[in-house]
Design a protein around this ligand. Sequence first.
Ligand code: GTP
Length: 394
Amino acid sequence: MEYVVAAVILLVVLVVGAVGLVVPRMRRKELPPPPVPTVPAEEELPPLVEKAPVAETPVTEAPVIEAPVIEEPPVAAPTPVVEKPEPTAGRLVRLRARLARSQSALGRGLLTVLSRDHLEDDDWEEIEDSLITADVGVEATQVIVERLRERVRILGTRTVAGVREQLTEELIAALEPDLDRSLHTAPHDGRPAVLMVVGVNGAGKTTTCGKIGRVLIADGRTVLFGAADTFRAAATEQLVTWGERVGAETVRGPAGGDPASVAFDAVKRGIDVGIDTVVVDTAGRLQNKVGLMDELGKVKRVVEKHGPVDETLLVLDATTGQNGLEQARVFTEVVDVTGVVLTKLDGTAKGGIVIAVQRKLGIPVKLVGLGEGPDDLAPFEPAAFVEALLGETA
Ligand SMILES: Nc1nc2c(ncn2[C@@H]2O[C@H](COP(=O)(O)OP(=O)(O)OP(=O)(O)O)[C@@H](O)[C@H]2O)c(=O)[nH]1
């Protein structure tokens, strides 16, 4: 019995001991693993800005993949195309239709009255009014009507054709057909002819310079332009463009520079390279008559250091009518005008201004402008002009 008790106790001790050994081991196995720091210590953190990793390849140093260079043939600077003008002979006749379009009212009106059976005082007054309205001017109108009246009375003309013929003759006579209308553009004494173009702003000076250059070149001359209208920068550009179109060199100066020195340089260049005709464009601001006189007078004096100016052309806008005549007079006081260019005759029904200009200024109209086109400038021919003025209507 003692042995049994001792065995039981031993067994209990063994069991308890075994449990004591096994349980702690099991408990240890169930424990979570020791915490692992997920955030590094502060000193190991990268600084927020300064030490942030920076792309170290600046744009300029970025590797550039170079495209293969394709050798292109050199592009030649565009050479301005020099245009070929229409022949000048008979230009006024060719442009007659354009002139007649705006003038025919005058011709129709006059011929209608003149072909009445009996011309009374009222009819003659009507004729006078028509001529004055067409800018012929009061004085010239009175002379024309007086002479016409006399002829009709003596000859007893009544047919439209007869009256037209007499009116034509009187108008041609009023245009003084014997005046010298030639342009002095031929070189002489081993130097170029010098043409100065004057007139108020917008009358068509620069355009006229270009058209004249074109006509001269068409006739086989060499031409050089002097851009002495330094007042309006666009005028210089306009002249340079004309030069390129017609094949003429343009001498220019700085914008706002001294016009006289540009004109001087142009003529000097013309002499040096053996040009036939130098055409000098000038400025025409009229706000200040004294200033204009000084400037134009100076241009002329300075140019004449090379020799006399051969032709001074006054450009007048036909659409300004009698007002234009007053402005024109200022120019004739400053420079010795040798001829008038009457522009924009295509834009007025008052062709009679040609008669008034000649009578009032005592200067022949040498050229007429009949449009903006490069060939719309014609030598003035009284007979062809009167034909156009009276139109086809009879
Ligand atoms: N219809 C018509 N227009 C013309 C004629 N002549 C010139 N013109 C036009 O008139 C305008 C003025 O001409 P410009 O040659 O620039 O005048 P400008 O006198 O040189 O003027 P500034 O340089 O300002 O002094 C332009 O638009 C020309 O095309 C003409 O005979 N008929």
